[in-house]
Design a binder for this molecule. Sequence first.
Ligand code: AMP
Ligand code: MG
Length: 488
Amino acid sequence: MPSLEQLHFDNTYARLPPGFSVRVPPSPFREARLVSASPEALRLLGLEPSEARRPEFVEAFSGARPLPGMEPVATVYAGHQFGVYVPRLGDGRALLLGEVHTRTGERWELHLKGSGLTPFSRMGDGRAVLRSTLREYLCSEAMHGLGIPTTRALCIIGGSEKVYREEVETGAMLVRMAPSHVRFGTFEYFHHSGQHEHVATLADYVLARHFPHLEGAQDRYARLFAEVVERTANLVAQWQAVGFAHGVLNTDNMSILGLTLDYGPFGFLDDFEPGFICNHSDDFGRYAFDKQPRIALWNLACLGEALLTLIREEEAQAALQSFSATFDASLLGRMREKLGLREPRHEDRSLLETLLARMAEARVDYTRLFRMLGRFDTSAGARNEPLRELFLDGAGFDAWAADYRARLRSEASVDAERHARMDRVNPKYVLRNYLAQTAISRAQQGDFSEVDRLRALLSRPFDEQPEHEASAAPPPAWGKHLAVSCSS
Ligand code: AMP
Ligand code: MG
């Protein structure tokens, strides 16, 4: 296994034309130290987890002493924020450190968030607070555990630097990893600033590295866009199925690879509430849980527009029109699995919708309900009491349960086999806000053990882990409606 110093960097993004990024050295952090490192992410780079315990690791990832081959740059992008076009955003508090080329042939961009001022910092201070880096760290690793495409998190570096938000807070830095950090907003920047040759350069770059199967095809740009539509539709379907709300679906937070990107005021559903707004700053609920599919499509339309020098409008429209069929099929397929149904049947949609309506009416905990549904007993006369108790309207539940039982029996479903299958798609553990908050409060006191415990727990969200049973519980009263804002 290579040591830290042997990581092989090949920074292709930094070598794109000058208008794509600006070289910026990181501003070192006072009294930098490791808060936590993800062993899984380290292994992706080919590093032994013990490498993170070396002082050189902290020096490298706090910006004090970059590794050989790192060429930190701040990248430029733009984006529609809450529906309004902002012509120039960019890495205002982050740097692309470089791209690690692993021995297994993978390429991982390392992105240091909270690294200090850049030409794109606008009014900001270039820093990030410990609270928000912890949320991103835990959630990206948890999303990966759930099988949902996402950027990864390598580590968090803490220090004595204070950061001013609504109050004085502890600053921290996060090292994020992704095959690419190109956003819809990167294309929008070049398109709307009239640099159309750079739109093509960027598209060619993305095609060569991430969509090699399309290279050389005459309609490669149209097919690229169609694939981004498809990946995005699938991503949002996965979010919906697991009860995740991103919270700030601006086009600068939309990955060209269809990854979950830029974790801010995200939230997992506790009680099932379709209109759940996880972002306290989202006054009109633009990014509410149930609006995500529509917003994703709106964002894709912005991307399509930014590609109009490369693709015909009819091609863009056709790709956009495929969104809802892809999304619906993907979501219905996933929900069928969550219900333990193997054979697709016409009536499944209404079976699902009735259940969701009853869940919304009684504010049933989303994660717990599906996990418990795996234990549904189809034998004659079974009342499924633990499930029934979750609903306000017992008779209503009984009526649904009778339909569900009949539906399961019609495909000769076997309880024990279905139970095992459902446990592989209905997580027991998700990063509920109150769990994140508990880890944050302890970390702010200097105790990082809860961060490590949650990271390890959430890397296996489908497994029963009896020693962590308490973390599967719905939130206590204090943890039910925690305000999480854009401030980070
Ligand atoms: P976000 O809401 O984190 O996706 O950030 C939106 C834009 O604001 C991005 O271009 C960020 O780089 C920038 N930004 C956010 N926070 C800061 C900060 N503290 N200092 C500088 N730029 C920031
Ligand atoms: Mg962002």
